[in-house]
Ligand binder design. Sequence first.
Ligand SMILES: Cc1cc2nc3c(=O)[nH]c(=O)nc-3n(C[C@H](O)[C@H](O)[C@H](O)COP(=O)(O)OP(=O)(O)OC[C@H]3O[C@@H](n4cnc5c(N)ncnc54)[C@H](O)[C@@H]3O)c2cc1C
Length: 412
Amino acid sequence: MKRVVIAGGGVAGISCALALQADGHSVTVLEPGPAGEGASWASCGCIAVGEIVPLSQPGLLMKVPGWLLDPEAPLSLRPASVPGLLPWLARFTANARPSRMRAIAADLARLTFAATADVRAQLADAGAPELLVERPVIKLFDGERDKATMGAAFGLARELGCTIDEISGREAQEMEPAIAAGFKYAAVLRDWSFVADPKRLVETLLQVFAQRGGTVLPLACAGFERDGARVTAVRAADGRRLAADEVVIAAGSQSRGLARQLGIRLQLEGLMGYSTGLQDAGVELKHTVFYPAGGFGITPYERELAVAGTVEFAGLAAAPDWRRADVLVNRARRVLPGLQAGTRRRRMGRRPFTPDTRPIIGRTSKLANVSFATGHGQLGLTLAATTGRLVADAIAGRRPDQDIGAFSPDRF
Ligand SMILES: Cc1cc2nc3c(=O)[nH]c(=O)nc-3n(C[C@H](O)[C@H](O)[C@H](O)COP(=O)(O)OP(=O)(O)OC[C@H]3O[C@@H](n4cnc5c(N)ncnc54)[C@H](O)[C@@H]3O)c2cc1C
């Protein structure tokens, strides 16, 4: 049995905690915030199996001026943040080549194909199987041009094993009568599913972990004590010293600063996304519906309908621009004309994004006892359970069921 300290109790951290606890370790999670209110609660909630084409795509540089000019665009870049973002953006654009895109997609495919079984097993073990809603997701397209922009991504995803059915807008409306008439095409992503409430998901996992004897301290991780290449203790924000045999960094976009304290350079940004939860939306949906041209998805959570999405490059410390959450609701009426926006709950989340869209999973070779579980970008909910399993394997010295070399923290 080892004493394991995990920095961060978001979906990634708590998934590691449960997997390590199941291996018999004594696990402490440091989490200063309310459960699930990191990136997860602002998410679309999808177990996005086959969402594997990286954000860095060929033709990307041509789009940057547009991102700078329109703060309400689905993808935007705050001008003041550009100098700080330059190193990350340089790596990001270097990945926007067809060969890189293919390699990244293949790595992400391997990981996401394990996700449904891992989430299912995690939730069954936690006694909350109802949190996984196993229903496919629908993507809507205005017309030929709009659909063509997704063509390459769909082709690659299919080649790598994903099931995507192309249907007409009318057929999509038959599946979901609340959808507006006038969409020409749609796609049904058969491998996807969604969670009933991402915040309840994290809360439930934390509760189960605590009931099984795990410790959750409502404190940030402030630093580390070392003896050469070994971290001997984690320092909490109140000065407490937690002796550790193993340390896991799972603090979402804030993992970069913690890694820096350990002398490890991660290329990690927090790409902001927004969500507005609508309690009396006045429309019924059974599936998550994405409108890629608007950069958002609409998910029927158990207690509300949430319109979530867009990507904003603004740096790790930037305050939210709530206009982006409001704009999403207005745009959602294009998809659901009957949508009412009475009681709104606005949320912002920072997706922990690496320049190659690959997560950061497993041990660093630079220290004897430090592992990472972060950098999941737009796939954190999808990949958290799988990541927990892989991190537990690494700490136990078990051979993982797939090669995780591409996700190494040492690659930056
Ligand atoms: C609009 C939007 C839509 C999305 N849609 C999807 C989707 O459909 N499917 C999907 O899979 N993913 C989606 N994502 C991405 C997903 O939400 C994230 O990848 C995921 O939530 C990241 O989880 P995490 O645990 O790594 O980070 P977080 O959820 O950010 O958790 C990190 C935790 O670390 C804590 N922390 C920070 N600093 C410290 C410290 N010093 N010490 C200790 N703790 C610390 C924080 O309080 C926080 O709770 C979406 C994200 C957004 C914003």
